[in-house]
Design a protein around this ligand. Sequence first.
Ligand SMILES: Cc1cc2nc3c(=O)[nH]c(=O)nc-3n(C[C@H](O)[C@H](O)[C@H](O)COP(=O)(O)O)c2cc1C
Length: 192
Amino acid sequence: MFNISIISSSVRINRNSHRVALYFKNFLEGNKLAAVEILDLKKYNFPLFDERLRYQKSPLASVLDFAARIKSSDGIIIVTPEYNGGYPASIKNATDLLYDEWYHKPVAISTVSDGKFGGTQVLTSLQFSLWKMRAWTIPAMFPVPNAADAFDENGHPAENQDPRKRTTNFINELFWCIEAKSRMENFKQNLK
Ligand SMILES: Cc1cc2nc3c(=O)[nH]c(=O)nc-3n(C[C@H](O)[C@H](O)[C@H](O)COP(=O)(O)O)c2cc1C
């Protein structure tokens, strides 16, 4: 079973995108697809970035914990809201702390808004930053429009929603990438 970490990016008071993070956790655990933990940036409450972890002389325990969890995860799901056409500072503040931990890391991005377009304008800018750090962002989208109406506070879909099919497609893309990475690592070992 894969280990999946879900980064819940919003630190806003009364945030709604956290519902989507809870939804993915419920979905993956409920279907026995993965062992899941939520890396909640509101709980981590990192100070404003002043240097990358590898150059810090006395890093915070919370930063070391975050780095270790990213490193040991087979794949990452980032749930991010859209704020004025971009992603919130909280996710940039956290992702820039790391570098080597992102190397070949399969990452799926779910964008969230309370408007109609599900935060999709965030996608390319966040993908680009992760790509610069050599993460593998998967070519699948999971936009969530009208987040507060789509999921309740525990991450359960509203009665008029049935996101199972598109969730399966999204997760399958992430798992395909994780499996491909694992096979290539075996292949590299065979070459030695
Ligand atoms: C500063 C700020 C800017 C926002 N800009 C947009 C926007 O450009 N488009 C949109 O659809 N929603 C926008 N929203 C609404 C968020 O998408 C909404 O709050 C959503 O629930 C996800 O963010 P949350 O997890 O912080 O609640 C904005 C919210 C904030 C706080």
